[in-house]
Design a protein around this ligand. Structure first.
Ligand code: ZN
Length: 202
């Protein structure tokens, strides 16, 4: 097979490294780039670099942010008494969109999955504990575990409950409005709002 263009092949390779992008889709995206006006391509590449340069992790909640600490942790209109623990930053976006939760967050950046070799030390559990023990003692009254109802989610809920309960903090989990094995990220706002409202003690 004759390679038509090294540059195009390179771009296809880069697109196929993205999550859920197969070779066919990568080709389609790369071909789309060849048809885009130059200024649009420039805008796109600038957005990539700018995002990469500006995004960091909040030193309090571990969510992605441009400023440390993040806007939610800084906001005086958000309650410090309730912390909602989620798996990924996308889950914060999803819950914020539902406009039901007025507390703060903690992002784990993963989930405990012994089969994949991911234990509590591989995700941001230590940061959560430090926060509960040192930074704001007596302030946190409830931890809401908004984790996806998968086997890994259940394992993580069990683990976190075991270590948080001795601190005298109430632990709840969101109601099971979200279908088993599905992602919080893809649930609609009404479902998320109901799941938070209907949370139950663990
Ligand atoms: Zn934060």
């Amino acid at each position: 097979m004759i390679n038509i263009s090294d540059a195009l092949e390179n771009l296809i390779d880069e697109f196929s490294k993205l999550p859920q992008i197969g070779r066919k889709t990568a080709q389609r995206l790369a071909m789309h780039v060849t048809r885009m006006p130059r200024e649009e391509v420039e805008k796109f590449s600038r957005a990539l670099i700018e995002t990469k340069d500006k995004i960091r992790f909040c030193s309090v909640c571990c969510n992605i942010t441009e400023e440390d600490v993040c806007r939610i942790c800084r906001s005086s209109s958000r309650s410090s008494n309730v912390i909602c623990v989620v798996e990924e930053p996308q889950d914060v976006f999803a819950i914020e969109k539902a406009n039901e939760f007025r507390g703060r967050y903690h992002v784990l950046h993963g989930i405990i999955s012994p089969l994949d070799g991911i234990g509590p030390n591989e995700i941001r559990v230590r940061e959560l504990l430090m926060r509960l023990q040192l930074e704001i003692p007596d302030q946190v009254e409830e931890i809401i575990l908004a984790l996806n109802p998968t086997v890994e989610g259940e394992t993580t809920i069990l683990y976190l409950t075991k270590i948080i309960r001795p601190l005298g903090i109430k632990v709840t989990r969101i109601a099971r409005g979200i279908p088993i094995g599905s992602d919080l990220e893809f649930a609609d706002e009404v479902t998320i709002a109901k799941a938070i409202e209907g949370r139950v003690a663990v």
